[in-house]
Ligand binder design. Structure first.
Ligand code: NI
Length: 148
């Protein structure tokens, strides 16, 4: 693809309107400011590109894998702690160990050591991610070499 083609695609802009919680937007603006972005639109475009890259990277997690899931969540979210524990018990065959840190009165950080099939690890990650009160979940894995 030539540079001209890329520019043509990028020039073909669509306008969207989104609603965001104020604290989320404040945090986002703070990062944009810190990184020297000229406009909020530019920052949102970059954030969407990063999201797409992350999603595609997740799609490549296949085969036998070893890794960690890093999760940050709201300790005060009603029922969340029990739900997250239930999910981990449901996928107990993938989980080797977990480490919990009480970061602040209202936030928890959990690191889960995992081993197993890549697609199952993604399912587990997405299930944790979709719970209300979960701030972030990141899956990092390495491939287990099996070729002789
Ligand atoms: Ni905690």
């Amino acid at each position: 693809m030539t540079l001209d083609t890329v520019m043509t695609i990028d020039d073909d802009l669509s306008r969207i309107g989104i609603s965001l919680p104020k604290n989320l937007l404040d945090k986002f603006d703070e990062i944009l400011n810190h990184r020297g972005y000229s406009s909020r639109s530019e920052g949102i475009r970059d954030a969407i590109r990063t999201y797409i890259t992350y999603y595609q990277w997740m799609a490549d997690v296949k085969g036998e894998r070893e890794g960690v899931i890093t999760m940050v969540y709201d300790h005060d979210q009603r029922g969340l702690l029990v739900t997250l524990t239930d999910i981990q018990h449901e996928y107990h065959d993938l989980i080797k160990a977990s480490l919990h840190s009480h970061v602040s009165p209202e936030r928890c950080l959990e690191v889960i050591l995992v081993h197993g099939d890549g697609s199952q690890l993604k399912t587990l990650t997405e299930k944790l991610m979709s719970q209300k009160g979960v701030e972030s979940v990141k899956l990092t894995t390495i491939q287990i070499e099996s070729e002789s």
